[in-house]
Every structure is written in structure tokens, then in C-alpha cells.
Design a protein around this ligand. Structure first.
Ligand SMILES: Cc1ncc(COP(=O)(O)O)c(C=O)c1O
Length: 561
């Protein structure tokens, strides 16, 4: 080859390599610095964490608290355990009967608190998995205990359980003549589609059986229409349990066509602006409360590092930037409103933050209490076939899609959204819930208690203001005080919008008194050396020791996992 040609060819190769290196570096720079931001590394790290646990003696002094404090904690623990035994006996008995047969229950009961404490806690605080009834903003267990419901049924319960009972009952009556016939639609479906188009501002609708499936379908369609492979999700965001949206811990396989980028950061915008392989961006607006962190659960409450803070204007500005770059690059912008849809505003996150998406997924509450997933989208992204290539299709079906009973209940739900009492619930929504959070925080602060709440409207999380290894104990004090939490404990409290001021005052009283009782029992003992950093270091040291030697001083030998 003549020399000038050789030079030219080398220059082209060099330029190509430089571009490749640059885009790779850009991608690395757009990952959040935490383990959550590095899915592969997180999975490798998780696989290395050894099991060990505290014997009862060390259970009360995992932070090296002095003997008198450990004794106070033990006495408090025993008193609370006695309360559980006497008050929750029937519920616990029934739970025990199925404990080993329901895989989900085995999982959730094990992961309520950090694993080092889990067995002892499970033995003493049988968190009942059964409930007998619901009414107003309360649920009642098999022993007749009434709890204020802070679980929100994973977010389904936006308007109160009685509202959903009505949707299901009236909806079932409405479709009873057709019954469970599948494939053909019940006429109520036409109304549902029209209302969903109005609410979402989008052209077409598809029905699925869960939020996870709606997200799967949105991503599949985005890949089909853009002919690109990769989806972008933001660090920490949950979009269901399908493999491609769960690239980190929890999924035995690596998700090879998923980029996990740093939320609310310009570096992510640079990646979106430069790569050619991105089909869609998935946004879960719930992350606005804790950008780049996973959903907070008490099993990861190793110290008091849980953080949350919501800034509506900043998140809206971020969504606007995302919108602009997605438009410029023909990337499909998907809002996953399975959780927040109908909770933040009648028009969901699109209305609340003032930004429109190309596709929106809904679920949870939208079928009036029955299982569902819904995808709304622009016509050009929703089409599942090509006019000019009849064999090139994007397949999606599902036996139970648009089930008449689900459609009936959804019809009732959507109709009720129009009514005065429901509209009234949305009036001054944020002011109401922000005011309640601020008032509770003021009470906790006045009482010098190391607990505060943070909220995104009616979705709350508890944060801890003093370094401690025992914050997860609070969920058991709260239950004893008559507050029902889901298995993630104090990580997420979900209020239905029908909480009256009186209901909320009762909840606030119970929170303050439960936190006070836990404080009195010495769980928040503090010392200058007990910092969050020191706690994390100590836990890391314990893990290294447990990996190196199965039998170590204060800890028991590893048990079967
Ligand atoms: C934002 C979001 N997307 C998707 C899902 C998955 O929905 P489902 O549990 O109905 O599959 C959830 C569930 O919590 C969610 O919060």
C-alpha cells in the first residue's frame, strides 16, 4: 500500500478507536459512584458477603454499648416480645403453619432486618402475615387488633380500602353477564380506553396483567421501533422484577443490554446525546425522593445513612432536560408511573412535573384493586407490525389481558375519579401532606428523638438522625403501637389520600410514642466514636472475619442459608 494511503488508513482507525474510547469513558463517568450504580460489581460483592449472626448475648451490644445499656435493651426487647406473644397469637399461629410452604413469605420474613439480627428477631417477633378485614384507613388482624394502615398495599391503595371494595363489587356486577370470557372485550373497555387516552394525553392503550409486564412491553416496543438494543434506567430505580430492568443484585444473570446511569446528573445526558444504541429511557418518578438509591428497606439499615429529600422544581427541571435530549436523539422516553400514577395528581407524574412522555406505564391502583398493568403510548411507538414487512412483528399477548372483571373494576375507578369527593382529595394535596410531615418532624425534634420523616406527597420514608445499628427495631415498636407497615419496614410508609386530620393525628401520636419507647429502651445509645462510618467499618471487618474464619469470638458459625 502506498505510504499516503497507509497514513490515511491509520488516521481513520485511530479516529475510530478514539471515538470508541471516548464514548466508553463517557459511559463510565455516567455511572453513580455507589455499588448500586455498578450492577456487575454489586452482584459480585453480594456473592461474597458471608452469613454470620449475633448470638443473643451480642445481639444487644453490636455497637459496643456498655453493659447497662445492653441490659436496658434486653429488657425492652423481652417486654416487646411478650406483647407480641400475647397480642398477635392467632395471627402468628396461622403464619407459622404456612411459613415453610410460601416461598414469598420465607423471603420477606427473612429480609425484614439486617441478616446478622434476623433469626433472633424472627423467633421473638412473629410478624403476622394474615389479616382478616379492612375498613376506613385501618386493617384488622386475626386477633382482632386494628392497625392504621401505612402499607398502602404496595401503593395500590390511593383512595382507601372501602373505595376499592366498591369498585370491585360494582365492577363485577357490571360485567357479570359476560363473566370470565376472554379474548373479546366487554363494552366497558371502550370507556376505559377513552379515559386513559385523555388522562395520559397519548394515542393508544394496551392492557397487561402486572406493572412488570407493562414495562416489558414498553421496552420491547421501543426496541422494535428504534431498532436499537439498549435501555437506560437510572441508578436505584425499580421497574418490576423482569431481568432487563433489574441488572444488579436479585437477578442471577447480568442484563447485557441495560445501561444504569446516574440520576439527575449531566453525565447521563451526555451519554444519551452521544450513543447510537439507546432505544429508550425509563424513569420512575418515585426516585425523586431518593435519587440514585434503591427503595429503602430496613434489611439494609446497617447504620443511619438512609437519606431522602424531595425537590419538585429540581426534578421537573431534570425531566425537561431528559425530554429534550430524548426528542433530539429519537429515544423513547418512558415514564413508569406504576407507583406514582394517580397518587401525585390525577394526571400522574406528567401533570405533576409538567413534562410529557412518549409512553407511560400505569398499574397498581388503576384497576380499582384488581391486578393490572397498562401501557399508554404515542401511536408511532405502539404499533406491533409494519405495513411494508408483514412478517416483522412485535409480539405481545397475555391470556388474561383486558379480563372483564378487571375492566369492570377499572371502569368504576375511572368513573369515580370524576366525582366531587375524589377531586377534593387532590386539592392542596402536597400542602396537606407536607404540612403533616413538617408537624410530625417538629414534634419529634422537640422531644429530642433521633427520627425524622421525609416525603414525596403521601409517600414517606423514615430517616435516622443519630448513628445506630438498631434503627430497624423501630418497625416492631410501631407495630406494637398499632401501625401496620409492609415488609420493608420504616423504609416506606404509604398513606391513602382519605386519611383525615384526626386519623393522621392518631398515627402521629403513635409514631411519637413508639419512637419514645424505643429511645427509652436504649437502642439509640450514642457515643462520640459511634459514627456511621465507624459502624460500616465494623460490619465490614466482621464480614471479612466471617469469610476468613467460620468460628469467631462474638459471632456464631455460619448456618445453612
Ligand atoms: C415503578 C414500578 N414499576 C413497575 C412495578 C412492577 O409492578 P408489578 O408489581 O405490578 O409487576 C412496580 C411495583 O412496585 C413499580 O413500583
Amino acid at each position: 500500500m502506498p505510504k499516503p494511503l497507509l497514513y490515511a488508513a491509520s488516521l481513520v482507525v485511530l479516529a475510530f478507536v478514539a471515538v470508541k474510547v471516548r464514548t466508553r469513558l463517557q459511559l463510565s463517568a455516567a455511572k453513580h459512584a455507589s455499588l448500586t450504580g455498578h450492577a456487575r460489581m454489586a452482584r459480585r460483592f453480594a456473592a461474597l458477603v458471608p452469613f454470620y449472626e449475633y448470638r443473643e448475648r451480642d445481639f444487644f451490644r453490636a455497637d459496643s454499648a456498655p453493659d447497662d445499656v445492653a441490659a436496658r435493651r434486653k429488657a425492652g426487647f423481652e417486654r416487646l416480645a411478650a406483647h407480641y406473644r400475647t397480642h398477635f397469637a392467632a395471627t402468628a399461629r396461622q403464619t407459622d403453619e404456612v411459613q415453610d410452604s410460601i416461598s414469598d413469605l420465607q423471603f420477606t420474613s427473612r429480609y425484614r432486618v439486617p441478616f446478622q439480627f434476623s433469626r433472633v428477631v424472627r423467633e421473638h417477633f412473629k410478624a403476622g402475615a394474615f389479616l382478616a378485614s379492612s375498613s376506613g384507613v385501618t386493617v384488622t388482624d386475626l386477633d382482632g387488633n386494628r392497625f392504621y394502615d401505612l402499607t398502602g398495599s404496595y401503593g395500590v391503595n390511593v383512595f382507601g380500602y372501602d373505595f376499592y371494595k366498591e369498585c370491585i363489587a360494582r365492577g363485577s356486577e357490571r360485567v357479570a353477564a359476560l363473566g370470565p370470557v376472554l379474548g373479546a372485550y366487554h363494552p366497558v373497555t371502550a370507556y376505559n380506553v377513552a379515559r386513559l387516552r385523555e388522562i395520559s394525553g397519548l394515542d393508544e392503550v394496551s392492557f397487561h396483567m402486572s406493572g412488570t409486564e407493562a414495562v416489558m412491553q414498553a421496552v420491547r416496543l421501543a426496541r422494535y421501533h428504534t431498532q436499537r438494543k439498549h435501555l437506560v434506567r437510572f441508578c436505584g430505580a425499580y421497574h418490576g422484577w423482569w431481568g432487563d430492568v433489574q441488572p444488579g443484585v436479585g437477578n442471577p444473570l447480568a442484563a447485557r443490554e441495560t445501561y444504569t446511569l446516574e440520576d439527575m446528573d449531566e453525565s447521563a445526558l451526555r451519554v444519551l446525546a452521544s450513543r447510537r444504541d439507546i432505544a429508550c429511557v425509563l424513569v420512575n418518578p418515585l426516585q425523586a425522593l431518593h435519587p440514585n438509591a434503591s427503595a429503602p428497606g430496613d434489611s439494609t439499615l446497617v447504620d443511619s445513612g438512609r437519606k431522602a429529600h424531595f425537590d419538585r422544581a429540581a426534578y421537573a427541571a431534570w425531566l425537561e432536560k431528559l425530554r429534550a435530549v430524548c426528542t433530539a436523539r429519537n429515544i423513547v422516553l418512558i415514564f413508569d408511573e406504576v407507583f406514582v400514577g394517580f397518587r401525585l395528581a390525577l394526571g400522574g407524574a406528567q401533570e405533576y412535573f409538567g413534562v410529557r412522555a412518549d409512553m407511560v406505564t400505569y398499574g397498581k391502583t388503576i384497576a380499582g384493586g384488581l391486578p393490572v398493568g397498562v401501557l399508554c403510548g404515542r401511536a408511532r411507538f405502539m404499533k406491533r407490525f409494519r405495513e411494508d414487512r408483514p412478517a416483522d412483528i412485535c409480539f405481545a399477548r397475555g391470556t388474561f389481558n383486558a379480563h372483564p372483571y378487571v375492566m369492570g373494576s377499572m371502569y368504576e375507578f375511572l368513573q369515580r375519579l370524576e366525582t366531587g369527593p375524589v377531586r377534593a382529595l387532590y386539592r392542596d394535596l402536597d400542602a396537606r401532606w407536607n404540612g403533616r410531615a413538617a408537624a410530625l418532624n417538629a414534634r419529634l425534634q422537640e422531644a429530642d428523638l433521633p427520627v425524622q420523616v421525609r416525603n414525596l406527597s403521601s409517600i414517606w420514608t423514615i430517616v435516622y438522625t443519630r448513628p445506630s445499628r438498631y434503627n430497624w427495631m423501630l418497625q416492631y415498636y410501631l407495630r406494637a403501637a398499632g401501625l401496620a407497615l409492609s415488609w420493608v419496614g420504616t423504609g416506606r410508609l404509604i398513606f391513602s389520600l382519605n386519611y383525615s386530620d384526626e386519623d393522621f393525628a392518631a398515627v402521629a401520636d403513635r409514631i411519637v410514642s413508639a419512637v419514645g419507647a424505643m429511645h427509652g429502651d436504649g437502642w439509640w445509645w450514642s457515643a462520640p466514636v459511634l459514627t456511621n462510618k465507624a459502624i460500616r467499618r465494623r460490619v465490614l471487618r466482621e464480614m471479612i472475619q466471617a469469610r476468613c474464619s467460620p468460628l469467631i469470638g462474638s459471632m456464631s458459625s455460619p448456618r445453612s442459608r
